[in-house]
Design a protein around this ligand. Structure first.
Ligand SMILES: [Mn+2]
Length: 320
């Protein structure tokens, strides 16, 4: 079912009619969720509004994304007139912020996940946009102030979700936006290095453990790795240091689908999926109440890790 978008102009008008605005990205926020939130909030602050951003704590590699002073705690977030959900395919993705979203009088949903449920009162979903940051740039460009800080936020979101302009979601518009942002003298090499080429020692060890656990299934068509909480702890790290693993799995030649599973708790498992052309891993994730993009998606499964993997493999068997 396709639902109609509100126009970005109408959304901007609704936002600017408010004085106190709250923004949030998805649980376990990534570069795009963080960049989109902190860019839009910064621009709203420069427009004389009170803007607060609700995000779960995030890894150190994102710490150079500017405008962190706009992060608020749920206690400080009361009383907003407008709530903007960014980079969230559905309300559940807001995590603990979902309740505040429900309570806020005006609810706006801006996102680029094809599986988006249009859960806002106003919605703008472009499944072809490289990132939510790219949509935020369209919203702001020529309308609201974009300072060097906001430009750096948007650039971080843009490169994160395109894997450094590698994914097929990268468009000429993406590159034009990147060029516009580079002209604002942002530290683009530092941002790139921090997001893609720097990691803690524990993350390195966790990566090694996960890759050691990797196996080929279905005659080599599927590559799959798991990591348990005990293994993560033995490396001295946390489950905030797992983002890069799926990209290494995806790179295994001659595989069609890559899967990575980790324990959130003993009975709750997060699955991440990547698929080649012709393999819709968003549909796979949706079988388990998850979602995402056709080539990159994820879900949370209430089962022990071995069982969760088995359930997903049973669905993959049908896809091959
Ligand atoms: Mn995104």
């Amino acid at each position: 079912m396709t639902r109609a978008n509100d126009s970005l102009d109408a959304i901007l008008e609704a936002i600017l009619a408010a004085q106190h605005i709250l923004l949030a990205g998805h649980t376990n926020p990534d570069g795009d969720a963080i960049g989109a939130c902190l860019a839009l909030a910064g621009s709203l602050e420069k427009s004389g509004r009170t803007a607060g951003v609700l995000l779960e704590s995030y890894g150190e590699k994102y710490s150079l994304i500017p405008n962190r002073h706009l992060l608020v705690s749920p206690q400080e977030a009361e009383g907003a007139e407008v709530f903007i959900a960014l980079d969230c395919g559905d309300e559940k993705r807001l995590g603990a912020a979902e309740e505040l979203f429900r309570k806020t009088p005006r609810k706006i949903n801006i996102d680029h996940h094809k599986s988006n449920t249009f859960f806002g009162q106003m919605n703008y979903v472009d499944g072809d946009a490289s990132s939510t940051s790219e949509i935020v740039y369209r919203l702001l460009k020529g309308k609201l102030p974009i300072g060097r800080e906001e430009a750096a936020c948007l650039y971080a979101g843009l490169i994160y979700d395109t894997g450094g302009f590698r994914h097929s979601s990268t468009s000429p518009e993406t590159m034009r936006m990147a060029a516009d942002l580079m002209e604002m003298e942002i530290p683009f090499t530092d941002i790139y290095h921090s997001l893609f080429d720097s990691r803690s020692f524990s993350e390195l060890k966790i990566m090694g453990k996960a890759l050691e656990n990797a196996e080929l299934l279905f005659g080599g068509k599927v590559v799959c790795a798991t990591i348990t909480t005990a293994e993560i702890e033995a490396c001295g790290g946390s489950n905030k240091e797992l983002d890069a693993i799926i990209n290494y799995l995806k790179g295994v030649r001659n595989t069609e689908i890559a899967c990575f599973f980790y324990e959130k708790t003993e009975t709750e498992v997060k699955g991440s999926f990547r698929g080649n052309e012709g393999y819709d891993v968003c549909a796979l994730a949706q079988k388990f109440d998850g979602g995402g993009h056709v080539k990159a998606a994820g879900c949370t499964i209430s089962a022990p890790i071995a069982k969760a993997k088995e359930m997903v493999m049973a669905e993959i068997a049908k896809m091959l």
